[in-house]
Design a protein around this ligand. Structure first.
Ligand SMILES: NC(=O)c1ccc[n+]([C@@H]2O[C@H](COP(=O)([O-])OP(=O)(O)OC[C@H]3O[C@@H](n4cnc5c(N)ncnc54)[C@H](OP(=O)(O)O)[C@@H]3O)[C@@H](O)[C@H]2O)c1
Length: 341
């Protein structure tokens, strides 16, 4: 890589059929409080696909997408400790969450549009957003961790308050966040029930510790779970799919249970409010997470030597193939782009 320019996959227009193109772009240098990371791997999130399709608020073009990245610190700006130089790192994509742990502040941004993202050879980020790469993870595994890991951790542990021995329902287990939630919940000693549209993904979830799985394509999926529970209930639902399945999940929750919503890939739904007030349910929204959440998530991964579920690895220049796989819902876990060996 020349020090002046780098290769990046650039989004120049949005909409159905819009692609990403490899371009030589200026290689930015870190300003005060910033660090430059020479990226080894980046990972996809559904957000990247929404932006490419033009279905995201505040799109600015051209854009370098990508919220997830891992690499080696190659330069630091004024005020940043020199000990970071040469350090293998993971980037926290949650920028400027703000002082409140309740919710992000007005200046909050997610890395990767409008700020240049990780589908590139190099990136400049606030040094406060660097974390040391866990030694047990490869760069590919480390890149799979940040956005989905942060979202799953806050949804499950902070908002969902999941406790050992409790039961959690994770609809649509194929998603990056869902696979991370399964990993964390299982590690924390909870019983995990999943749904998926794919028998192969249900089998993969069982291998990763899910106690029970059912196809959400079965009209009676809710009854199948109720039968498995044998009169018991779900304590927490962690959902990124939305749609009608969301309101059915309320039936499976125990009185006083929690449903945590972080996305609506499959669409919106109507809720029967009578279920909510009579069962005294807690409906909770969540988005990404704070610096504290990220640090706790990284500590959990370190302590448990946890490994994110990687669906596949493609070279950076094949980012579009990875996007297509995600658009078609084929992935089980994270799709990673290899930038350097
Ligand atoms: N709020 C936040 O901070 C945050 C963070 C990350 C993501 N998100 C949002 O959360 C959603 C999930 O993102 P992601 O990247 O993890 O995954 P994703 O690629 O959008 O996957 C969504 C999953 O939904 C499942 N699904 C589809 N139709 C379903 C249905 N009818 N019932 C149940 N599940 C269904 C599929 O599961 P199977 O493949 O198993 O069939 C699919 O894998 C996206 O909308 C994303 O924008 C929000």
């Amino acid at each position: 890589m020349s020090t002046d320019t780098m290769q990046a996959m650039v989004l120049e227009k949005t909409g159905e059929g819009a692609g990403l193109v490899m371009r030589h772009v200026p290689c930015k240098q870190p300003g005060p409080g910033q660090a430059q990371v020479s990226l080894h791997a980046a990972a996809l999130n559904r957000r990247d696909v929404w932006i490419r399709l033009g279905r995201y608020a505040g799109i600015q073009l051209p854009a370098i997408l990508g919220s997830d990245g891992a690499g080696i610190v190659s330069a630091v700006g004024e005020g940043v400790g020199k000990e970071w130089l040469g350090q293998a790192v993971v980037i926290n994509p949650s920028i400027g969450f703000g002082p409140s742990e309740d919710a992000q502040g007005a200046n909050y941004r997610i890395l990767g549009m409008p700020d240049d993202g990780t589908y590139a050879e190099s990136i400049v980020v606030p040094a406060a957003n660097l974390a040391k790469k866990p030694a047990h993870l490869s760069f590919v595994e480390a890149a799979a961790l940040p956005l989905a890991g942060l979202t799953a951790y806050r949804a499950l542990c902070v908002r969902g308050q999941l406790r050992p021995g409790q039961t959690v329902l994770i609809p649509g287990i194929g998603s990056g966040v869902s696979t991370m939630a399964l990993l964390f919940a299982q590690h924390l000693g909870a019983r995990v029930i999943v749904t998926s549209g794919s028998p192969d993904k249900l089998a993969a979830a069982a291998e990763r510790g899910a106690s029970f799985g059912v196809s959400y394509r079965d009209a009676d999926w809710e009854e199948q779970i109720a039968k498995y529970l044998g009169g018991a209930h779900v304590d927490v639902v962690v959902d990124g799919a939305g749609a009608e399945a969301w309101s059915k999940s309320l039936n499976l929750l125990r009185p006083g249970g929690r449903i945590v919503s972080y996305g609506a890939t499959a669409g919106l739904c109507q809720i029967d409010l009578r279920k909510v007030f009579w069962k005294q349910l807690n409906i909770l929204g969540t988005t990404m997470g704070s610096e504290r959440d990220f640090a706790e998530m990284m500590a959990l991964v370190e302590a448990g030597k946890l490994r994110p579920c990687v669906d596949g690895v493609l070279p950076l220049r094949e980012a579009m193939q990875a996007h297509q796989r995600m658009e078609q819902g084929q992935q089980m876990g994270k799709l990673v782009l290899q930038i350097r060996d």
